[in-house]
Write a protein that binds this ligand. Structure first.
Ligand SMILES: [Zn+2]
Length: 484
C-alpha cells in the first residue's frame, strides 16, 4: 500500500483508524523517514522536507500531524507545518515557510483553498500589563498542574465567515503550532490543549479594548469549562494579535494564523527582542543569520533557547533571551487557572454535523454506556436497550444572555457496531471486543422548532459507567456551540 492510499484508508475507516494508523506510520518511517503528505499539502511546501514529525491519531476525533519544514540540501529549518484532519478526510493545515504563509483548507471532496496571511510586523507593540491577580507558582504543584494548558477558544460569527471551515480543526491547529514551538525549543511537560469552543455574534476588535472585553467574557466561564487560558479569534483586525504579559488571555485576528504562537508567548511573560541586552531572559531572540524566534519577529518555529542551535549558532542567550526557561517556570501558572479535568472532553460546534469522543477503551466486551447527571437533561441510568438515539435537553445561553433549553441528539458506538442510545450497554459480537466506546453528539433544527435563531453556548457534564465494574466512572465535559 503506498502512502497516499494508506492515508485514504485511514480516513475512510473511522472505526479502524487506530489499527491502520500504526501500520501506516511504520510504512512511512521505513520508506522515507517522513509521514505521508497529501498531494494538496505537498504542493504548498516549495520542496521543503517535512521532518521532526509528531502525530496524534485521535484528538477529539481529529488526527494531528505537525513538524518542521527544512531546506533539503542544508537541512536548515525554514518553517513549520501543522495538519489537522477530520474523520471524513477534510484537512485544515497551517503552513509557514518563506514565501508561503497561511491556512490551507481541503474539503473531503479534495477541493482546496489557500488563505495567505497578510504581511505583518510582529515587532509592533501588542501587549497590555495584566492587572488581575495571577495564580501563584506554588498553586501549580497541586492537582491542577498536569502541565496541560487548556484553552477556551471564542470565535465571532464574522471570524467564522472568513474561516469558512471547521473552527474546531482550526483551533486545534493553532494550539499545535505553539506546541511544535515548545517541542522545538526543548520545553517538555508543557502542552496546550483545546478545552472548549464558543461562538459570539459580536465581533470584538483585535486591540487592547477587545482583549479586555474578551477576558471579561471568558474568565467567569472557568467554573463550567475548567479552562486555563482565554483565546479569541475575530475579524476586525487593527492588530494581528494582542495579549496580556504575563497573563492568560490573547485576542487574535482570524486573518493571521501565525499570531497565536507569538501572543501566547506574551501570556507566558515574554517580550519581543532584548535589544539593549538588559539582564532579563524573558525575551525572544534573533540570530545574525536572520532567524527570528516567535517573540522576536516570528519567522522560525522556535521560542528562544541558548541550548538549541540553529545554523551552528545558539538560538538564545542564558542572560538575555531564554523563553524556554520562562515557559518551564510559568507552565504551572498557565495550567493552574482551573483544576485539571480528569475526564474526557467532547467539543461540538454547529459547523460540524456531529462531534464524538472516545470515552473508554477497555479489553474484552465493553458494557459501557453514558448517562446524564440529572433527569431534566436525559437518562440517568444504564439500560440494555437497542438501536436509536437519546434526546438531551441542555440549558444554553443565547446572544441576549437568556438561558433556553436546547435539544441535542446523543448516541453511543462501539467499534463498528450499530449506534445505540447513549445509555445502552448492548454490545455486538464479535466486533466490539476491545473496541473504543464513543459518545456522539449532534444537533438538529427539527428537534428545536421554537428556539429563536442565533448562537447558543454552554457546557454539559455527562458520565460514562460500566455494568461490569460499578466502581468505574468517567466524567465527560461537553462543550456546545449551537447555531439555530
Ligand atoms: Zn508581540
Amino acid at each position: 500500500m503506498n502512502n497516499v492510499l494508506c492515508r485514504k484508508a485511514i480516513h475512510g475507516l473511522w472505526g479502524a483508524l487506530l489499527l491502520f494508523a500504526g501500520g501506516c506510520t511504520q510504512d512511512a518511517a521505513q520508506t522515507a523517514g517522513e509521514r505521508p503528505l497529501t498531494a494538496a499539502v505537498a504542493q504548498e511546501l516549495g520542496g521543503r522536507r517535512f521532518q521532526d514529525i509528531d502525530s496524534q491519531a485521535d484528538v477529539q476525533g481529529y488526527r494531528i500531524d505537525s513538524g518542521n519544514l527544512a531546506e533539503p540540501l542544508s537541512g536548515r529549518v525554514e518553517g513549520a507545518l501543522v495538519m489537522v484532519t477530520d474523520r471524513e478526510g477534510a484537512l485544515t493545515a497551517i503552513i509557514d515557510r518563506p514565501g508561503r504563509r497561511g491556512t490551507l483548507h481541503v474539503d473531503k471532496a479534495g477541493s482546496r483553498r489557500f488563505v495567505e496571511e497578510p504581511a505583518y510586523d510582529y515587532l509592533k507593540p501588542d501587549t497590555l500589563a495584566e492587572r488581575a491577580a495571577l495564580p501563584r507558582a506554588s498553586d501549580t504543584s497541586g492537582p491542577g498542574s498536569d502541565g496541560a494548558i487548556d484553552a477556551l477558544v471564542l470565535f465571532s460569527k464574522q471570524a467564522l465567515a472568513v474561516l469558512r471551515s471547521d473552527p474546531v480543526a482550526f483551533a486545534l491547529a493553532q494550539l499545535e503550532m505553539s506546541n511544535l514551538g515548545l517541542r522545538n525549543s526543548q520545553v517538555t511537560g508543557v502542552k496546550l490543549r483545546l478545552g472548549g469552543v464558543r461562538v459570539t455574534e459580536t465581533d470584538l476588535a483585535v486591540d487592547g479594548s477587545g482583549l479586555g472585553q474578551l477576558q471579561q467574557l471568558l474568565n467567569p466561564l472557568r467554573a463550567s469549562y475548567l479552562h486555563d487560558i482565554n483565546v479569541g479569534y475575530f475579524e476586525k483586525s487593527p492588530y494581528a494579535g494582542m495579549a496580556y504579559v504575563p497573563g492568560a488571555s490573547s485576542i487574535n485576528s482570524i486573518h493571521y494564523p501565525l499570531a497565536f504562537r507569538h501572543e501566547v508567548g506574551h501570556n507566558a511573560g515574554g517580550s519581543h527582542c532584548n535589544e539593549n541586552g538588559t539582564d532579563n531572559y524573558r525575551f525572544g531572540y534573533q540570530t545574525s543569520g536572520g532567524a527570528h524566534t516567535m517573540l522576536c519577529g516570528n519567522n522560525v518555529p522556535y521560542y528562544s533557547n541558548p541550548q538549541v542551535s540553529y545554523e551552528g549558532r545558539p538560538l538564545g542567550n542564558a542572560r538575555t533571551a531564554d523563553m524556554a526557561r520562562l515557559w518551564r517556570e510559568q507552565a504551572g501558572r498557565l495550567s493552574g487557572y482551573s483544576p485539571a479535568f480528569e475526564g474526557v472532553r467532547l467539543i461540538y460546534v454547529s459547523e460540524q454535523p456531529e462531534a464524538s469522543a472516545v470515552v473508554a477503551t477497555v479489553p474484552g466486551r465493553p458494557r459501557i454506556g453514558v448517562v446524564a447527571l440529572s433527569s431534566d437533561v436525559g437518562p440517568t441510568s444504564l439500560t440494555y436497550g437497542g438501536p436509536g438515539m437519546t434526546t438531551l435537553t441542555v440549558k444554553l445561553t443565547g446572544q441576549d444572555g437568556l438561558v433556553r433549553p436546547v435539544n441535542l441528539r446523543a448516541l453511543r458506538q462501539i467499534a463498528n457496531c450499530p449506534r445505540t442510545t447513549m445509555n445502552s450497554t448492548v454490545v455486538c459480537h464479535p466486533d466490539a471486543d476491545g473496541g473504543p466506546v464513543q459518545l456522539i453528539v449532534g444537533y438538529s433544527a427539527l428537534d428545536n422548532p421554537g428556539l429563536p435563531p442565533g448562537w447558543y453556548n454552554g457546557t454539559l457534564m455527562l458520565e460514562a459507567r460500566n455494568v461490569n465494574d460499578p466502581a468505574w466512572k468517567a466524567p465527560i465535559l461537553v462543550s456546545l456551540a449551537v447555531l439555530r
